[in-house]
Write a new protein. Structure first.
Length: 227
């Protein structure tokens, strides 16, 4: 995201699939040892033959994929236009289906029960109930739902998914779920068995650490007479 909010990934500012492939080849795989790395794949990319691109992802060393950027974060007339033009969620489902057939580990974001059923039919390995933009930090959403209101949404997504695939691993992500205490609440009130961190792990803690460290440096007094 180059420091921008995750919704920037859905905008025409760059080639999302090319960016993730180059990051993998040049910045991530050379540095990461013995740790699985998941590629965010824009499944609705009409400029690529997805089977060929997924082969490139696998050859680059990625262990799996997730449908990101995703049209799941879009709604209204624009979302409907994408669906009508064949650039909608079904393209992401097909990407997951292809990746599964190629032996890649598959994870997916789902925003509602309908999407969850479709991904389960594609035999996805891990499904993540997405609760919209994460709150907190300099880029966090200012209009997220209350934590308790995520419970029925998460449960509805998990229930729909497991109607198709009973042993599916289901996680939660986003919205007001941004601290360890929030995740504990979700674990106690839903059937989610884990959490996908994203901003709450790789952005918000870094912002806090940089700010507090900078403030500590700036708080030190100079020797009298120095400018």
């Amino acid at each position: 995201m180059n420091g921008h909010g995750s919704s920037a990934g859905s905008m025409p500012f760059g080639d999302a699939n090319e960016i993730v492939l180059e990051m993998g080849l040049r910045s991530i795989m050379p540095a990461v040892k013995n740790i699985p790395v998941i590629a965010g794949v824009c499944g609705t990319d009409v400029t690529r033959v997805m089977a060929i691109f997924l082969k490139q992802i696998k050859e680059a060393g990625f262990s799996g994929v997730i449908n990101f950027p995703t049209v799941g974060s879009l709604d209204g007339k624009f979302r409907q236009r994408l669906e009508d033009l064949g650039m909608g969620h079904e393209k992401e489902v097909e990407m997951i289906r292809l990746a599964r057939g190629m032996g890649l580990f598959t994870t997916c974001y789902c925003f509602n029960p309908e999407e969850a059923r479709a991904m389960s039919k594609a035999d996805v390995d891990v499904l993540i109930a997405h609760m919209e933009l994460t709150t907190g930090g300099s880029l966090g959403s200012k209009r997220a739902m209350e934590l308790e209101n995520t419970v029925p949404r998460i449960q509805a997504i998990i229930k729909a998914a497991r109607e198709i695939k009973k042993d599916l691993i289901c996680l939660a992500h986003g919205g007001p779920i941004s601290s360890p205490e929030d995740t504990e609440y979700i674990y106690q009130h839903t059937d989610a068995v884990g959490f996908v961190g994203a901003s709450s792990i790789e952005r918000i803690p870094v912002e806090r650490a940089i700010q507090s460290t900078t403030e500590a440096f700036k708080s030190k007094s100079l020797k009298k007479g120095k400018r």
